[in-house]
Design a protein around this ligand. Structure first.
Ligand SMILES: [Fe+2]
Length: 380
């Protein structure tokens, strides 16, 4: 058996109404609550979560207005605002964008250098961050239990990853009741993102015996319950199971990394402002098809976790495609405005990430990326 490592320093509290215990959990960890900065988006305010938090702690300042897919500039703005307040802890409450932004800012506050200097540098932070408490309100990114954060660099059409074991939140509160207000398309997109984390980690060459457990259980939970949560937003049992699947997805990519689906989805996301999970939906099956025989055994196992009654990997792929279509996946990239003239950009931006491709079961050449994108422009 290969040597493997497993590192998960985040204390996770999972379950219905756990958000109401946040103060107790923070105190148990002896986090200094002298000055709490809350980072959030609009929905956390609208749903009353911020009012609740303000009542729990004495000195709280709210930093709201995190946009979807925050940019490097947004991270800089938040850093300078938070610098003046000088928080002892940060509570990030929202979707993946909010959690990622908070993780970057928490690190930047305690480390010398501009945010650009941390991008893409493994273990970019030398000092521990301001302690982060993550409260996800979507079930997708798994960011509450990962050492990753992704910003957007619109100028260069790139997603800008920050990777550091210091940006694991110290505490994550996964309360499925906070996810029931998600609109139907957000439920679908974020759930597909979580599913892709489980799948990409499972076919990764870095997959470990532990990450595989998380992957398969995550696929099982999301495969069974995401259609239910999508059909009935108030189905709390389904919400709970999908959130658990998303948590497992985060744990799986922490150990095993993501793959080519994420590389291509990031390019589509930056070029055409396509939400992350929706972009993932477009590439998930075409990339697995490209891996083909190199990941045949894994794809059959993925099919079993879904509960598909087949041992044939091509049938598994068409079943996954039907699953994604049920959740509203569009037919083609043309519907986002992508045309033949964009293929060159896709190829060069993807090949620039070639250094990240060591994990993949099959490493693509330029022509492979070209074929994947070309075939998706007008799916029959
Ligand atoms: Fe993702």
């Amino acid at each position: 058996m290969k040597v493997f490592k497993h590192f998960m320093p985040t204390k996770t509290v999972f379950g219905r109404k756990t958000f109401l215990k946040i103060k107790e959990e923070i105190e148990q960890l002896k986090i200094d609550t002298d000055k709490i900065a809350i980072i959030c988006g609009k929905s956390a305010i609208k749903n009353g979560y911020i009012d609740y938090l303000k009542k729990q702690f004495e000195t709280v300042e709210v930093f709201s207005g995190v946009p979807q897919d925050p940019s490097v500039e947004t991270a800089k703005e938040f850093k300078s605002k938070l610098q003046q307040f000088n928080p002892t802890a940060i509570i990030a409450i929202g979707g993946g964008s909010v959690l990622d932004l908070a993780k970057v800012v928490a690190g930047a506050l305690k480390n010398e250098g501009e945010i650009e200097e941390f991008i893409g540098v493994p273990e970019c932070f030398k000092n521990p961050t301001v302690p982060i408490v993550a409260v996800p309100t979507t079930s997708g990114s798994g960011s509450e239990v990962t050492p990753y954060a992704v910003l957007t660099n619109k100028k260069e059409w790139k997603k800008a990853p920050i990777i550091s074991s210091y940006i694991f939140p110290v505490l994550s509160i996964d309360d499925p009741e906070l996810t029931v207000t998600m609109p139907q398309h957000v439920t679908a997109n974020t759930g597909i993102d979580a599913l892709s984390h489980c799948i990409e980690a499972f076919v990764s060459k870095r997959a470990t015996p532990i990450s595989k457990l998380y992957s398969l259980e995550g696929i099982k939970l999301i495969g069974q319950y995401l259609p239910r949560a999508y059909g009935n937003p108030k189905d709390i049992e389904a919400r709970e199971k999908v959130m658990l699947g998303s948590l497992f997805g985060g744990m799986a990519i922490t150990d095993a990394g993501a793959g080519l689906v994420h590389t291509l989805a990031h390019i589509l996301g930056v070029m055409y402002d396509v939400p992350h999970g929706l972009a993932i939906a477009m590439f998930l099956v075409p990339v697995l098809k490209f891996y083909g025989l190199a990941a045949e055994r894994e794809i059959v196992e993925i099919g079993k976790a879904f509960g598909f009654k087949t041992e044939n990997f091509e049938t598994v792929l068409s079943e996954i495609e039907s699953f994604l279509k049920f959740l509203g996946k569009p037919e083609s990239l043309r519907s986002f405005g992508v045309s033949e003239s964009d293929i060159g950009n896709f190829v060069s931006l993807a090949m620039a990430k070639r250094f990240l491709m060591g994990n993949l079961p099959r490493i693509p050449a330029e022509k492979d990326i070209r074929i994947i994108v070309e075939n998706l422009i007008d799916t029959p």
